[in-house]
Design a binder for this molecule. Structure first.
Ligand SMILES: CC(C)(COP(=O)(O)OP(=O)(O)OC[C@H]1O[C@@H](n2cnc3c(N)ncnc32)[C@H](O)[C@@H]1OP(=O)(O)O)[C@@H](O)C(=O)NCCC(=O)NCCS
Length: 326
C-alpha cells in the first residue's frame, strides 16, 4: 500500500482580536498575569452569528485549494471539536453540507484538546484505502461560547479558530508514519462541561450555577500536561523505531508557553525545535495544531522532508502524538 500523507493544509481564524488588556476590562486580571502564566497576548473571537462549522468550512477551503482537490473529491470528512454547533447532530455533517462534499461520510471526534491527534490518526487509517481515497481532517472550535466569561481562571486562556488537512496517497518517502494515543478516564472531570449532557440534562437547576460552561482544574492539568507531552513524543518515536535526534520539528498543542517549555526541556530539546503561535491565538483546543502547522509551513519553519511530531494533551484526560514525514 502507498503511504498516506498531508497533501494540503489550511487554517482560518476570525478577524476580531481580543487582547489581555481587553480581558482586564471584563474580569480581574492583567496583561502581566496572563503573559507570565501562559505566554498569551491575543486571541480571536468569533462573531455571535458564526459557528464552529463556519470556521471549519473556511479552513477546509484553504486546505483543499492547497491540495489541488475539489470538495467533490473528498470521500470522508472527520471533524475534531469539543465545541460543536449543536449537541446533536454532528458538526461534521453541517460542514459537509456547507462545503458541498456531496458524496462522502462525515463524523465528529471529541477528544477535547487532543482531538486533532486522534482525528489525524483515524483519517490516516482510512485515506488511500478502498472507497476512501481522499480524507479531509479538520479541527475547529468556538470556545468563546462555552467559556464562563466571569471565570478568570479559564476565560482568558482560549480562543476561536480552525485548521484542516487533506490526506491522500503520497510518494514512498513521505507520509504519516503513525500515532500514539492514550487516555486516562479517571481524570474525566479535570476538564469538563458538567451540565447539558444526560447526567445533568436540560433544563436543570445546576444551569443557574454555571455548570453548562467549561470547567477546569488548571493546576491538575498542568501536572498532567508536563508529563503527557514528553511521554507522547517518546511513545510515538519508540513505536516506530525513530529517535529524538532525527526529529526536525515538534508542533505541540498550543495550551501554554510554560507547558511547551517544560515539555521541550524534559525532552532535552531547544525551543527552536518547536513552533508556537499561542501569543496570537491563545489555546484553540482541537484546532491549535493544524493552525500552527499551516502557519509553520507558510513561514518556512516546516519544510518538505522534515520529520515532524505533533503532540497534544487535554480533557479526557487524553493525550497523544503523530509522527509525520513531510
Ligand atoms: C491555569 C494556570 C495558568 C494557572 O497558573 P497557576 O500557577 O497554577 O495559578 P493558580 O491556579 O495557582 O492561581 C494563582 C492565583 O492566580 C489567580 N488567578 C487565576 N486566574 C487568574 C487570572 N486570569 N488573572 C489573574 N489572576 C488569576 C488565582 O485566583 C490564584 O489566586 P490566589 O492565590 O489568590 O488564590 C496553570 O495552572 C496552567 O497553565 N494550567 C494548565 C491549563 C491548560 O493549559 N489547560 C488547557 C489544557 S489543554
Amino acid at each position: 500500500m502507498a503511504p498516506v500523507g498531508i497533501i494540503g493544509v489550511g487554517s482560518y481564524v476570525p478577524p476580531r482580536k481580543m487582547s489581555n488588556e481587553d480581558w482586564a476590562q471584563i474580569v480581574d486580571t492583567s496583561d502581566e498575569w496572563i503573559t507570565t502564566k501562559t505566554g498569551m497576548k491575543n486571541r480571536r473571537i468569533a462573531d455571535s452569528n458564526v459557528c464552529t462549522s463556519d470556521l471549519a468550512v473556511k479552513a477546509c477551503k484553504v486546505a483543499l485549494e492547497n491540495s489541488g482537490l475539489e470538495a467533490s473529491d473528498i470521500d470522508l470528512l472527520i471533524l475534531a471539536t469539543s465545541s460543536p454547533d449543536v449537541p446533536m447532530s454532528s458538526t461534521a455533517g453541517i460542514v459537509q453540507e456547507k462545503l458541498g462534499c456531496t458524496d462522502c461520510g462525515a463524523f465528529d471526534i471529541n477528544a477535547v484538546c487532543a482531538g486533532w491527534v486522534h482525528a489525524l490518526d483515524v483519517g490516516s487509517r482510512f485515506a488511500g484505502t478502498k472507497g476512501y481515497r481522499n480524507v479531509l481532517v479538520v479541527g475547529s472550535e468556538v470556545y468563546s461560547r462555552i467559556l464562563n466569561w466571569e471565570d478568570r481562571s479559564t476565560c482568558v486562556l482560549f480562543g476561536d479558530g480552525a485548521g484542516a488537512v487533506v490526506l491522500s496517497e503520497v510518494p514512498r518517502e513521505k507520509g504519516i508514519i503513525g500515532s500514539w494515543l492514550m487516555s486516562d478516564g479517571s481524570g474525566s472531570n479535570v476538564i469538563e462541561i458538567p451540565a447539558g449532557g444526560v447526567r445533568v440534562p436540560i433544563p436543570s437547576e445546576e444551569f443557574k450555577e454555571g455548570m453548562q460552561y467549561f470547567h477546569m482544574d488548571g493546576r491538575a492539568v498542568w501536572n498532567f500536561a508536563i508529563e503527557a507531552f514528553p511521554q507522547a513524543v517518546l511513545g510515538v518515536l519508540e513505536r516506530f523505531g525513530r529517535t529524538l535526534d532525527e526529529v526536525d520539528l515538534i508542533i505541540p498543542h498550543q495550551a501554554n508557553i510554560n507547558i511547551i517549555e517544560a515539555g521541550m526541556q524534559n525532552l532535552g530539546l531547544p525551543m527552536d525545535k518547536t513552533y508556537t503561535n499561542l501569543h496570537k491565538y491563545g489555546n484553540t483546543a482541537g484546532a491549535s495544531i493544524p493552525i500552527a502547522m499551516h502557519e509553520a509551513f507558510e513561514e518556512g519553519f516546516l519544510k518538505e522532508g522534515d520529520l515532524v511530531v505533533t503532540v497534544a494533551f487535554g480533557g479526557g484526560l487524553a493525550w497523544g502524538a503523530n509522527l509525520i514525514q513531510f
